[in-house]
Design a protein around this ligand. Sequence first.
Ligand code: PLP
Length: 442
Amino acid sequence: MHFYGTQSVNGKGHLTIGGVDTVDLAQIYGTPLIVYDIALFRERARAFKETFKSAGVQAQVAYASKAFSSIAIYEVAQQEGLSLDVVSGGELYTAVAAGFPRERIHFHGNNKSFMELQYAFDEKIGCIVIDNFSEIALVKEIAESRKENMNVLIRVTPGVHASTHDFITTGQEDSKFGFDLKNGQADEAFRQLHDHPYIQLLGMHCHIGSQIFETDAFRLAAEALLDKMESWRDEYGFVCTVLNLGGGFGIRYTEEDRPLHPSAYVDEMAKVVLSMTRSANYPMPEIWIEPGRSLIGDAGTTLYTTGSMKEVPNIRTYVAVDGGMTDNIRPALYGAKYTAVTANRVNDAHEDKVTIAGKCCESGDKLIEEAYLASPSEGDILAVFCTGAYNYSMASNYNRLPKPAVVFCENGEHRLAVRRETYEDLIRLDLSLQAVERGAVN
Ligand code: PLP
């Protein structure tokens, strides 16, 4: 059994997170419940920042908040001196509601709307990461009509294929994101942006994919971007001050995953950039990164209550829980694998091989195909590990299941970070035809 961060087992044989008994949490807040180990999130943030500091490299570590976006986590990110990567007007709105320092907000996305870009200007955010030619035109139009400045990065695809799931690779040529580095698109984007009166081009960005366990792909990407930076300097006399190498550092979902320590990725990046810039006599740029999963993935655990069980003789036993693909779509979407423990009897032998199924009306709604539990019975509390990234943020109301609550645990204390949805919440946007006919609704 592998525990993460502050997870432990107390005298009752219950799993604890941040010093808090998870069985108590299930009773207080109900299940499904997503529990965050906030000390682990802080530890990871500090490790990234510290590694840059020891390498003597100016850096920004931006939390890729698509992994989990909420006011409370943005508050913790701010406390830790992180920057923030947002990818929509909605994430930006959440950051604004959290009072996040605007100058440390970076705005991503492959199809930002005119309204979203105007919102970014209204809030005077730190940087827009420009993804395509339509966006260049929109940003120019807004900057010129308002006569307002905006920092930008050009997002490029460096043609590096990181070995991970196809749906989460983004650095290869055939990607919906960014300008191709090799076929002239990135150069054209540069020409359209570099000497604009209101647009400050800071440099380049790439994100080569997610759940990557090796440093080679990051080295190759950094080399490709640095080559291009040198060519722009040589041809146009332009010097990039920022090199953003994205996120994507892998974490341990199951024992098959062998992630490196966060410092290993950052060390390699710093080494490559320092040595290449030195030998090209290029001023050392700031390095920005934007980890999501490696900051928050293993800090999250989902608690479920077990319900019905079904044995299919000689095939498998299904143990159903009170959540499923609505709070964790990743197994159905990517074939993602997880591990679980019987949180109310952690010390018992986990020898019963079962399939943990969700409660949605889809045969594919299985959270773990092969889980080993302690002789499962109805009413157990199951803890599924490593559900902190791309779980709540991808949650849906399929089958009209209310979204779970989210709780932060730290130093023996727990506090609600996102309240559980109610049935009233589920119908708050619905309009009754009768009410519309009566003119009671606009
Ligand atoms: N940056 C960009 C542009 C991304 O698209 C993503 C993930 O999709 C991330 C950062 C974060 O990736 P990860 O959570 O794997 O670190």
